[in-house]
Design a protein around this ligand. Structure first.
Ligand code: NI
Ligand code: MN
Length: 300
C-alpha cells in the first residue's frame, strides 16, 4: 500500500500502528487527526500506520516532537491555471479552486494531470464547476461548495463533500476557509439552482488569501480587507465580472499586499491588458501586482 504523506504545521505526531510502513524524511511532518490516534493522509484515506523516521520507529500513541527549523517553514504556492482556476499548495495539501480545464483554451494542463485533495467550487457556472466531477472521482478529493452545489455534486457521483455557506468558516486539517459574498449568478450547467455564488477566504500557514471568484465590485470588500489580506485574487475581465476599473477600486478597498488578476483573456469578450493594469494599480496603491502566465505560480 502506498501512502502519500501530507504535511501539516503542527510538530506533534499521533500515530497508530497496523501493517504499513511510511518513511518520513526530514522534510516531512505528518498530520494526524482530528481523531487522536488516527492518521489521515488525504481527505478520503484514513489508515493505521507504523512510522519510521531517521530517529527511530514510532508506534500507536507515540508523541514525536520535531524541531521545526527555519528551513522547515514552507511557503504557500499559488498556481494559476488560467480563468478562475487556482491551485493552492500548503504543506503538501492541494486545494483546487474552480477547475475549468476542458474547453478552456488557455488551460496549460489536462484535467487528469491536476492534483487535488480538496476542490472548491465558487458557483454553478460551467466555467467554474468545470471538471470538478471528473477530478473529484479520480482523486477522491473532498469538494467544498455552498450547500446547493454540494448536494448537486454528490448527485453527480462525487463521493466526498463538505457543504458550507456564506459567512461560515470551517477548520480543516490544512487550515480554514470562509465563504464570502460575491455579486454574480450561480445556475448549474443542467439548469439546477446553485444557491448564491461565493468567494473564498483562506487562512493557511498564517497567510490570508482572498479568491473573489466571479463578482462585481461590492463595498463589503472593505470588510474582507480588514482581515489583512496577503494575496487577493481578483477578476479583471469585465463583461461577466469586475473589469480593470472596478478591479482597481477593489484593490483600494481590500488593500492586499499582493494581487493576482484572473478571469481575463479566456474568451474574446474578456480580453484585457494585465500589464497596463499592473502599472496603474502599482501607481495608485501600495499593492504589488503579480501577473502570471497560465501554469505559473507565486509563493507566499
Ligand atoms: Ni460565472
Ligand atoms: Mn466565470
Amino acid at each position: 500500500m502506498q501512502i502519500v504523506v501530507m504535511r501539516q504545521g503542527s510538530d506533534l505526531l499521533f500515530c497508530k500502528i497496523e501493517s504499513s510502513e511510511v518513511k518520513i524524511d526530514n522534510s516531512f511532518s505528518l498530520y494526524v487527526g482530528p481523531e487522536r490516534g488516527m492518521a489521515r493522509f488525504s481527505s478520503t484515506l484514513v489508515c493505521n500506520i507504523r512510522v519510521k523516521t531517521g530517529e527511530g520507529n514510532y508506534e500507536s500513541g507515540d508523541r514525536i516532537r520535531r524541531n521545526r527549523g527555519k528551513e522547515d517553514q514552507m511557503s504557500v504556492k499559488v498556481t494559476w491555471y488560467s480563468h478562475a482556476c487556482v491551485l493552492i499548495e500548503t504543506e503538501g495539501t492541494h486545494l483546487l479552486i474552480d477547475p475549468f480545464i476542458s474547453g478552456n483554451p488557455l488551460a496549460p494542463v489536462k484535467p487528469d494531470e491536476i492534483p487535488a485533495d480538496y476542490i472548491l467550487v465558487s458557483h454553478g457556472h460551467g466555467d467554474h464547476v468545470g471538471d470538478t466531477v471528473d477530478i473529484a472521482k479520480r482523486t477522491g478529493a473532498t469538494v467544498i461548495a455552498n450547500f446547493e452545489i454540494h448536494n448537486w455534486l454528490l448527485n453527480q457521483g462525487v463521493e466526498n463533500g463538505h457543504p458550507q455557506h456564506i459567512g461560515g468558516g470551517f477548520d480543516y486539517p490544512w487550515g480554514r476557509v470562509k465563504l464570502t459574498i460575491a455579486q454574480h449568478g450561480s445556475a448549474l450547467p443542467d439548469g439546477s439552482y446553485g444557491g448564491n455564488p461565493c468567494g473564498f477566504l483562506f487562512y493557511v500557514q498564517g497567510k490570508k488569501i482572498y479568491h473573489a471568484c466571479d463578482t462585481g465590485l461590492f463595498y463589503d470588500m472593505k470588510l474582507i480587507g480588514e482581515e489583512g489580506i496577503d494575496l487577493a485574487i481578483l477578476p479583471i475581465g469585465d463583461n461577466f465580472t469586475m473589469g480593470p476599473e472596478d478591479g482597481l477600486r477593489a484593490v483600494k478597498l481590500i488593500e492586499p499586499k499582493k494581487v493576482l488578476p484572473i478571469h481575463y483573456d479566456t474568451f474574446d469578450m474578456i480580453k484585457q491588458d494585465p500589464a497596463a493594469w499592473k502599472d496603474r494599480v502599482e501607481q495608485e496603491t501600495l499593492t504589488q501586482v503579480t501577473v502570471l502566465e497560465p501554469g505559473e505560480y507565486v509563493e507566499l
